[in-house]
Design a protein around this ligand. Structure first.
Ligand code: UDP
Ligand code: MG
Length: 311
């Protein structure tokens, strides 16, 4: 098998048929498989997938027992794929399948390249708040972590078998696939693409989900936030010490009586807030350790069709 295409799908009933038509047209001369992952959709996505599965032997699918998230869907697809090259593509037609051919040709002709990631060229259709959040997220994560991320690099990418095996080795439960793509190393090249409009439906990542995902990204790849409390605590102690010295001198030398309530209240509120923030940060990491040690599966398959090893 030359190429496996992995397609995570969550409530994409309006897109499956059209996407499949485009993919089939684009790949028709190749030896390929299309692996659809129904990530616990509550609409008719699974029916649409079954419909195309009946008609085309290139199609295989995995259906989850509930929504486990795009990262779990990607992992499940990778695990079942058997192509020499693997490609991940969204099911909403925002990523034109024609780029699959460009990526494949590049990988085939450049032995030293292990992975090609598509980078979004046009960002202007995103909301201003989304753009601002994303820009700052990349700034923060690249400062805090040794795992560098490129702003705009998407999950739309293709890689060889070594990269696929490396990704599968990382079976962590709190998955941030974008970070994993970078953490594993290998020679990665970037190609630019124009993001198209969603064919049907709406995005599954609202601002709240995006913020949560960004925090996962930061805490998965850096423990620096844990060390922040020590640094800030030291600075505050130093400032307090200076303030104490000044106050004592004022009393001794100038005989000034020290006025109090307001400054006392401000300082204790400030410190109280700061302590709560750091307990929160500590809790975030502790929670992650907790979910990892439970060692629950990343996803649960309810139905799987098209793979040789499954009866
Ligand atoms: N997706 C998924 N599980 C989820 C959320 C999203 O499989 O819990 C899929 C979704 O069906 C789509 C891809 O991930 O194929 C990207 O999602 P979306 O288009 O909503 O994200 P955006 O392009 O807005 O970042
Ligand atoms: Mg999309």
């Amino acid at each position: 098998m030359l190429l496996s295409v992995i397609i995570p799908s969550y409530n994409e009933e309006g897109n499956i048929i059209e996407l499949n038509k485009k993919l089939t047209n684009t790949l028709k001369d190749l030896e390929y498989e299309l692996i659809y992952i129904n990530d616990g959709s509550t609409d008719t996505t699974l029916n649409k997938i079954k419909q195309i599965y009946e008609k085309d032997e290139h199609i295989k699918y995995i259906s989850f027992s509930k929504n486990f998230g795009k990262d779990a869907a990607i992992y499940a697809g990778l695990k079942k794929s058997s192509g020499e090259y693997t490609c991940i593509i969204d099911s909403d037609l925002q990523q034109n399948p024609k780029y699959i051919i460009s990526m494949l040709n590049h990988l085939k002709t450049h032995e030293n390249t292990d992975q090609i990631a598509m980078v979004m060229k046009n960002r202007d259709k995103e909301k201003l708040i989304t753009r601002l959040l994303k820009k700052n997220f990349y700034k923060i994560i690249n400062k805090l972590s040794d795992t560098k991320l490129i702003d705009g690099a998407s999950d739309f990418r293709m890689f060889n078998k070594s990269v696929k095996n490396a990704i599968l080795e990382l079976s962590e439960k709190n998955r941030f696939t974008k970070g994993i793509f970078s953490w594993i190393g290998f020679n990665t090249e970037y190609m630019y693409y124009n993001v198209e409009k969603r064919f049907s439906g709406t995005t599954k990542f609202n601002t709240r989900k995006q913020i949560k995902y960004a925090l996962t990204g930061i805490t998965n790849y850096s423990i620096k936030p844990l060390q922040l409390s020590t640094i800030i605590g030291s600075i505050i102690s130093l400032l307090a010490l200076i303030y104490i010295i000044i106050t004592i001198l004022e009393v001794i030398i100038f005989g000034k009586s020290v006025p109090g309530y307001a400054s006392l209240l401000i300082v204790s509120l400030f410190l109280g807030g700061l302590q709560l923030i750091f307990i929160g940060i500590l809790g975030t990491y502790l929670g992650k350790t907790y979910t990892e040690t439970k060692n629950r599966p990343l996803y649960i398959e309810k139905e799987t069709k098209g793979f040789d090893d499954i009866l």
